[in-house]
Design a binder for this molecule. Sequence first.
Ligand code: ADP
Ligand code: MG
Length: 355
Amino acid sequence: MNSATFIANLVCRIAAGFRLGCLLQCAAMASFVFAAGLTDAAQFHHTTGPLLHTFVEIKAYGDNQTGCVLDQAFVEMGRINDLLNNYDPSSEISAINAAAGSTSVKVSPETFEALNEAKKYARLSSGAFDFTVGPLVSLWGFNREHPGLAGDDPDARLLKQALRLVDYRALKLGADLTGPHARLKHSGMYIDVGAFGKGFAADRALAFLRDRGIPNALVAAGGTICAAGSKPDNQPWQIGIRHPRNDSTFLTVIALHDQSVSTSGDYEKFYYTAGKRRSHIIDPRTGLPVSSVQSVTVIAPSGIASDALSTALFVLGPGDGLRLIEKLPGCEALVVTAAGEVVFSSGWPQKTIIY
Ligand code: ADP
Ligand code: MG
């Protein structure tokens, strides 16, 4: 990398979003590239940062411009987050939530597509994955930075009240001459994008990179990882699946071939009340946090599919969950039950699993 290219790269990175981490990384990468004397098209590039209430990382191999495009993809994911983030009052999802029970809200094609896809997985899972779970998420105190309840567990009356507001079918999506729009039928309903937003944003990042001539890349957003193409040596991207009770161990390692993988676990957000572990995935049929599963990993053709389905299977459990997965083309799943039993679908790629 000569100094002119380096400065061009740096300017591009500044334009990509004024991110300090990116600039530091740029400097670090420059010294690595100088030291290694690499000029070919297979340099490793990556960009990382906090986004979507988690940590996002984008990796690819390519020429000098690749790092700059990765930064732009990160910015693109930030733009998607600005549209979807239900904790940001200025997002489109917040506008739909605020207008619940009254008006239809004009939305961008991106928000429309995300909701339309999310509705598809809610339907497929018979509502085990239900993005209108918001009232239950707040009832159980999972909408706070430090999850927990101020008092006792919610009683039957409060559960019933919240459950009445949870129904993905009450999200009405439409389009007219002014563009796409969305409406929640009942006042008090609340869309929570926690179980599909990361997958959707990661899919968009890969599409962004593909459109700019980077067909081989990996995007990780928390528990969702989307892989496109392969590494320069034609080797597939390899992903370690975290052990749900030991974060320094992998259950197994799998190779991804233009696929995505998501893990939903009971170890991400949880608290204890009355000796019970309460974790952040809630069964929309009972209103109760699910406690029958430690983790679920789903491999699927897209990030939004693996993200939504890992949450769905967490609720459905190994029986109904794996029955659903066996019916879906290109999908495989691995479930660790509360008792530590590991079960997986018939086409799960790696049979050596160490719990
Ligand atoms: P993570 O956010 O750790 O990747 P998930 O993708 O499984 O895990 O999403 C869990 C989040 O989704 C919860 O924190 C909550 O905001 C929301 N959620 C909880 N239960 C459900 C459900 N049954 N269907 C859809 N979303 C849910
Ligand atoms: Mg999910």
